[in-house]
Ligand binder design. Structure first.
Ligand SMILES: Nc1ncnc2c1ncn2[C@@H]1O[C@H](COP(=O)(O)OP(=O)(O)OP(=O)(O)O)[C@@H](O)[C@H]1O
Ligand SMILES: [Mg+2]
Length: 324
C-alpha cells in the first residue's frame, strides 16, 4: 500500500468535481468557467483551512490537462521556508519553459498560501502572471483575501470558500466509516463536527485517530478530542456565572492541579464555552481578555484564574439583579 493511502485525508481526497462535498456554487461556477478550457482565467481561492481549496485546484488541473496534469502542473507553497526568492525563481522558470504538447492549452501553477508573500513579492508575481499569460494560468490560494494586493485580485476570478456545514461533514465521515468498515454512531460524528468546526481535514484526521481505538463512539471521540476537559471548563464557567464562586474554584484547582490543564488552555476553552452561552455579556468578554493579558505579562496564574472566577460570579450576580 502506498504510504499516502495510510492517511485517510489523502486516500479520500476527491479526484473529480462531483466527489467534492458541498461548495456547490463554487464548483458550478468553475465548471462554467472552464467549459472551453482554453479560456480559463487566473483564479484566486480564499477561505478557511481544510474545506477543499487545494482539492478543487487539483481537480481543475486534471480536468483541463487530462493525462498530462502531472508534468504540466507546478504546485508551490509561497510560505516555503527556502524563501520567497526560490519560489519566484521556480515560478519564473516553469512559466518560461515553453515546450507545450499541442493537446493542452497551457500550464498551470498552483500557488498555495499566497497571502504569506510580502507585498514586494506579490508585485513581482503580478509581473510574472502578466508576462507568462500566453503559456500559463495561475490558481492562487490564500486564507485571507485582504492580504492579497489589489492588482493581483483584479487579475483573477475570485472564489470564496466557506466552512462546511454539519450535515455535509457528517455525511462525508459516514461514507468513510462505511468504506473502512468501522463501527460508528451518528452522535459521535456530530461530536467530531462540533469540535472541528467545519474543517473537513481536521475532522477526517480526528476520525482516523478515533477509529484506531476500535469503534467510533462518543467515549473515544471525547478522549481523542479532549472534549471531557473542555466540558469541565464549561461547567466551571457556568458555576462562576451563577454566583457559586467557591464550587467553581475547587473544580478549577482539581482541573489544573490534578489533571494538569495549563492556564492557557483553560482560558482558550473558557473563551469557546463563553461564546456558546445564550446571553453573552460584554463584561464577561472583557474579564477574560483582562486575565489573558495579565497572564501574558507574567502574573501568577493561580491567582489570576481565581480572580477571573470571582469577577465572573460578580458579573453573574449583577445580571441577576438587573433581571429582578
Ligand atoms: N469539500 C470537500 N469535499 C471532500 N473532501 C474534502 C473537502 N474539503 C476538504 N476535504 C478533505 O480534506 C482534505 C484537505 O482538503 P484541502 O487540502 O482541499 O483543504 P484546503 O482548503 O486546501 O485547506 P488549507 O487552507 O489548510 O490548505 C482533503 O484531502 C479531503 O480529504
Ligand atoms: Mg490547501
Amino acid at each position: 500500500m502506498e504510504i499516502k493511502n495510510l492517511m485517510w485525508v489523502e486516500k479520500y481526497r476527491p479526484l473529480k468535481f462531483n466527489e467534492v462535498t458541498n461548495q456547490k456554487s463554487i464548483v458550478d461556477g468553475i465548471r462554467n468557467l472552464i467549459e472551453s478550457p482554453g479560456e480559463m482565467p487566473n483564479l484566486l481561492f480564499s477561505g478557511p483551512a481544510g474545506v477543499g481549496k487545494t482539492t478543487v485546484a487539483l481537480c481543475i488541473t486534471r480536468e483541463i490537462l487530462g493525462d498530462y496534469w502531472k508534468d504540466y502542473t507546478l504546485e508551490l507553497n509561497a510560505s516555503d521556508e527556502r524563501g520567497i526568492n526560490m519560489v519566484r525563481e521556480r515560478v519564473k522558470m516553469f512559466a518560461r519553459y515553453t515546450t507545450i504538447v499541442s493537446k493542452i492549452p497551457f500550464k498551470i501553477i498552483i500557488l498555495d498560501e499566497a497571502d504569506e508573500m510580502t507585498n514586494d513579492a506579490q508585485t513581482a508575481l503580478r509581473r510574472i502572471i502578466e508576462d507568462s499569460a500566453r503559456s500559463t494560468r495561475f490558481i492562487l490560494i490564500c486564507n485571507y483575501l485582504s492580504q492579497i494586493i489589489e492588482p493581483i485580485q483584479s487579475r483573477c476570478v475570485i472564489f470564496r470558500f466557506t466552512n462546511l456545514k454539519e450535515e455535509d461533514v457528517v455525511k462525508h465521515l459516514e461514507g468513510i466509516c462505511k468504506k473502512e468498515e468501522v463501527e460508528y454512531d451518528a452522535k459521535s460524528l456530530s461530536l467530531l463536527y462540533e469540535s472541528t468546526g467545519g474543517d473537513l481535514r481536521h475532522a477526517i484526521n480526528s476520525l482516523q485517530a478515533v477509529a484506531s481505538m476500535g469503534t467510533v463512539n462518543t467515549v473515544n471521540v471525547s478522549v481523542v478530542m479532549g472534549i471531557s476537559e473542555k466540558e469541565t471548563v464549561g461547567e466551571i464557567v457556568k458555576l462562576a456565572l451563577s454566583g457559586k464562586f467557591q464550587e467553581a474554584r475547587i473544580k478549577l484547582i482539581e482541573l489544573t492541579k490534578v489533571y494538569g490543564m495549563s492556564e492557557r488552555n483553560f482560558l482558550r476553552y473558557a473563551n469557546e464555552e463563553i461564546h456558546k452561552l445564550k446571553t453573552l455579556s460584554p463584561e464577561v468578554v472583557s474579564a477574560l481578555a483582562e486575565c489573558d493579558y495579565r497572564l501574558v505579562s507574567g502574573a501568577h496564574p493561580d491567582i489570576q484564574l481565581a480572580s477571573l472566577l470571582a469577577e465572573l460570579s460578580k458579573i453573574g450576580k449583577d445580571m441577576d439583579l438587573k433581571k429582578k
